[in-house]
Design a protein around this ligand. Structure first.
Ligand code: GTP
Ligand code: SPV
Ligand code: MN
Length: 588
């Protein structure tokens, strides 16, 4: 399929290493993918679901020990340890290659090597980049064919270039003790062994589009971020774009596909989805910041997705979708997960593969990090701009996390550098998207802690420099928190579609058409300026409780940040140190 010698030589070397029975190139044709689906069903790797209710949909269960990203076993293998920084695990590249090659050696014996040429971003777009993933998993091939653009056209666009990302995935024996997800940013290379779970093995996603791409972006003057991108269309038909960074399982997919509250719909407001997880952003010829979504599908959290919370996501998953680790309803051969509806199946199989009665069982039917892999083109609110490859101009950048207390519903940073500070001090409660304890508050700057492929101090510096280049064309920077809890542990803010009420305030601030109160942390809305029309059981007094800034809480926060900042040593940009000092002063 190609005469590119850098491609052919590398594949030959990897072939010698892993020793497959045969090599199959993925050409992107529907016939080839359909044959692979049939093969995966014949071996039990996938289960074909009800063709009438869920056409073209499949169920897959991963190993029970392999259901989320493994941050403790994810490494940045830069030549110098210092270049990986304090937020990453580091391994010497020479040692890492040796260890990984030992594990991978001969591991494809009796298996097929699939060669997946893929493009992150529409093929041929100036934003786009090419990768090649080698895998011994049909599940990986079929997921990559949804999440990225794969096949012949990608190789044609690559031509003879050596500028592509090498990716080797080996399932091996799914041995937790030998599971490693390693990145070699200086070699454009990713090696992942002993896993079959999405974020660890769909190498175009977190490994390339964030860890490797963030490193490329730093060197080439652009940004790769863990951000959704959405367009808000007002009743005059003007569309303004917002990108937002929330940590894993903190609401990106939901915000990206939100359905406006009734009152807004009647006025003519619409929301368009450009992306739900990753944004690549460059300064355009007009000096503004332009973003594309490099993916071609959604790898979304299933639990909690329902007709009310996210009908667009639910609709998107009704055809051509692969479900992973959800419950299997045997009565009608469909799927179910916690929070889909109040009617769990009685005759079912849980995510572990055990018989399951949803009415009587006290174990979960779906894993909390169970996922759907759905084509972006299925999404009823997909933006016209999604596939164009020219990107969309960003008016506002929004940071946000899961914070039971302290952080208000929304606030605006004072300026770009203060906004970088706001992103850098993000903290959020951990979720099931990564292995380990859930609900533990941790620092997660720009939602990139698990995904920044180099020293986080240099990453902050890169943000500051992007701001200098953007000047007065820079997007305005905000922070949101949908997750404040009351004394009984209930969410105070209704969230989901009603988050548009907050986005409206954000866009008005960008236009300069609404005032705000200055507080020590930034600009906070006057409660009257957030539209609460049509909201039941939520009044302006309640809103005030989640807009309030408490100096004692923020002084404690500032002490926390001081400690966190120490971990960056002299790589912490002086601007951020100064931002922290001014925050402390304002809190006095
Ligand atoms: P990744 O795919 O892991 O990067 O996650 P994500 O950021 O796209 O998260 P997603 O939108 O899938 O949401 C994860 C969880 O947060 C789900 O259980 C949602 O129900 C919940 N959630 C999303 N938006 C809101 C909100 O506005 N309010 C509340 N209370 N929960 C929300
Ligand atoms: C996340 O964990 O942020 C995800 C899912 O988007 S994964 O692809 O597994 O990383
Ligand atoms: Mn994510």
């Amino acid at each position: 399929m190609t005469s590119n010698t850098s491609v052919l030589n590398w594949i030959e070397n990897m072939k010698t290493l892993v020793n497959p029975d045969q090599v199959v190139w993925i050409d992107g044709s529907e016939e080839q993918l359909e044959a692979l689906r049939k093969e995966a069903c014949s071996t039990g790797e996938m289960i074909k679901l009800n063709e009438e209710k869920l056409p073209g949909c499949y169920l897959h269960r991963t190993a029970v020990n392999d259901v989320a990203r493994v941050e403790g076993r994810t490494f940045i293998c830069s030549k110098k340890e210092e270049d990986a920084g304090p937020t990453n695990n580091w391994m010497d590249p020479e040692k890492a290659y040796k260890m990984l090659f030992d594990i991978a050696k001969g591991s494809y014996a009796g298996r097929t090597m699939y060669v997946i040429p893929y493009s992150m971003g529409p093929v041929g777009s100036p934003f786009s980049k090419v990768g090649i993933e080698l895998t011994d998993s049909i599940y990986v091939v079929l997921n990559m064919a949804i999440m990225t653009r794969v096949g012949k056209a990608v190789l044609e666009s690559l031509g003879d270039s050596e500028d592509w990302v090498r990716g080797l995935h080996c399932k091996c024996q799914i041995d937790e003790e030998k599971r490693y997800i390693c990145h070699f940013p200086e070699d454009n290379t990713i090696i992942s062994v002993n896993s079959g779970y999405g974020g660890n093995v769909l190498l175009g996603k977190k490994c390339f589009a964030l860890r490797i791409a963030s490193f490329l972006g730093k060197n080439e003057g652009w940004m790769a971020e863990h951000m959704l991108i959405l367009g808000v269309e007002n009743p005059q038909g003007e569309v303004k774009y917002i990108s937002a960074a929330f940590p894993s399982a903190c609401g990106k997919t939901n915000l990206a596909m939100l359905i406006p509250p009734e009152g807004y719909r009647e006025k003519g407001y619409k929301v368009w989805t450009v992306g739900d997880d990753i944004a690549w952003m460059r300064i355009g010829p007009d000096g503004r910041l332009w973003a594309i979504n490099p993916e071609n599908g959604f790898f979304g959290v299933a639990p909690g997705t329902n007709e009310k919370s996210n009908p667009n996501a639910l609709y998107t998953t009704q055809k051509g979708t692969i479900f992973t680790n959800v419950a299997h309803n045997l009565d009608d051969n469909t799927v179910w997960w916690e929070g889909l509806d109040k009617n769990p199946p009685e005759n079912a199989v849980d995510w572990k593969g055990n018989p399951w009665n949803g009415k009587t069982s006290d174990v979960k039917g779906a894993h909390p990090n169970s996922r759907f892999t759905a084509p972006a083109k299925n999404c009823p609110c997909i933006s016209e701009e999604f596939d164009k490859g020219t990107g969309v101009p960003i008016s506002a950048i929004v940071f946000g996390g899961r914070r039971a207390q302290t952080t208000p519903l929304v606030y605006q940073s004072r300026d770009w550098n203060n906004g970088v500070f706001v992103g850098s001090i993000m903290a959020s409660e951990t979720t099931a998207a990564a292995t380990g304890a859930v609900g533990v508050l941790r620092h997660d700057p720009m939602a990139m802690k698990p995904f920044c492929g180099y020293h986080m101090g240099d990453y902050f510096q890169h943000w500051i420099e992007m701001g200098q280049k953007l000047g007065d064309k820079a997007p305005k920077i905000f922070n949101v928190n949908w997750f404040r809890l009351d004394e009984e542990g209930h969410f105070i803010w209704p969230g989901f579609g009603d988050n548009l009420r907050v986005l409206e305030w954000i866009l008005k601030r960008c236009e300069g058409s609404v005032d705000a109160q200055e507080t020590p942390i930034g600009y906070v809305p006057y409660a009257e300026d957030i539209n609460l029309e049509g909201l039941k059981d939520f009044d302006v007094e309640t809103l005030k409780t989640i807009l309030e800034i408490k100096n004692d809480e923020w002084s404690k926060e500032a002490e926390e940040i001081t400690e966190f900042y120490k971990t960056f040593g002299d790589k912490l940009p002086a601007e951020l140190q100064a931002q922290l000092a001014s925050l402390k002063e304002r809190l006095q």
